[in-house]
Design a protein around this ligand. Sequence first.
Ligand SMILES: Nc1nc2c(c(=O)[nH]1)N[C@H]1C(S)=C(S)[C@@H](COP(=O)(O)O)O[C@H]1N2
Ligand SMILES: [Mo]
Length: 250
Amino acid sequence: MKKLADEIKKPANIILIIALILLVLAFVAINPPAPHDTEIVPATPVGGPDDPDGGTDETIQLPASEIRDYEGEQLSSIDDFRENSIKGPQYVDVDTYRLEVTGLVDSPLSLTYDEVLAYDAYQKVVTLYCVEGWDVKLLWEGILVSDLLADAGVQAGANTVIFHAYDGYTTSFPLEYLTDNPILLAYKLNEIQIPPERGFPFQLVAESKWGYKWIKWVTKIELSDDESYEGFWESRGYSNTADLDEGFFS
Ligand SMILES: Nc1nc2c(c(=O)[nH]1)N[C@H]1C(S)=C(S)[C@@H](COP(=O)(O)O)O[C@H]1N2
Ligand SMILES: [Mo]
């Protein structure tokens, strides 16, 4: 009886296999494979400030491919970081966003995202070291904070620059750190727009300083004469100078 049952099943199996093959062939005919499944797309969205044609606000943003090697240097991935921000990721609405440069300046600035990106662009590989023991080496692109300060006109008496962020976070620097060094206010990392979790629209690349000085979601740059100002982590016992080569407890 068992043998007979097997005999009956065989033709049914063959019909099933043929039907499956036909199905696969039909699917391939309808959906031919893409010529390149790892197609490179522009890192800058069409219609951005780099686009000579201008474009419209409605332009669809293409997904950009992340670079992992820059002039032979192995970079970290955009995902190699730990989310430990004081209030979690912030989602900034770029349409209403303004970057303020205020305080002891001759002409306060209130810039849209595109107005910030219209400043000269600079690129640099810099490593962020968090006090928790992890680090990320990334290719940053942004504008120079010193260019912003020059435009606003720093008044005599200012000696401190306080950065404010969308989540209420703050951190500060001596004025000379920002005027004497090419410090970037970055809008791209590894050639792609900084994602919300990493600080969109802008993260400060506070080179040679601990990660807590790399303020994300920057909204305001305030010129002050309060040298004793302490930011969020600084007022909780972390070094205010925060130089990488001197440790992080004050
Ligand atoms: N606005 C804001 N910026 C912030 C923080 C934060 O909590 N809020 N955390 C800081 C700390 S402690 C570190 S280590 C870095 C981490 O940056 P990343 O998340 O882009 O790697 O962001 C810094 N910038
Ligand atoms: Mo950190």
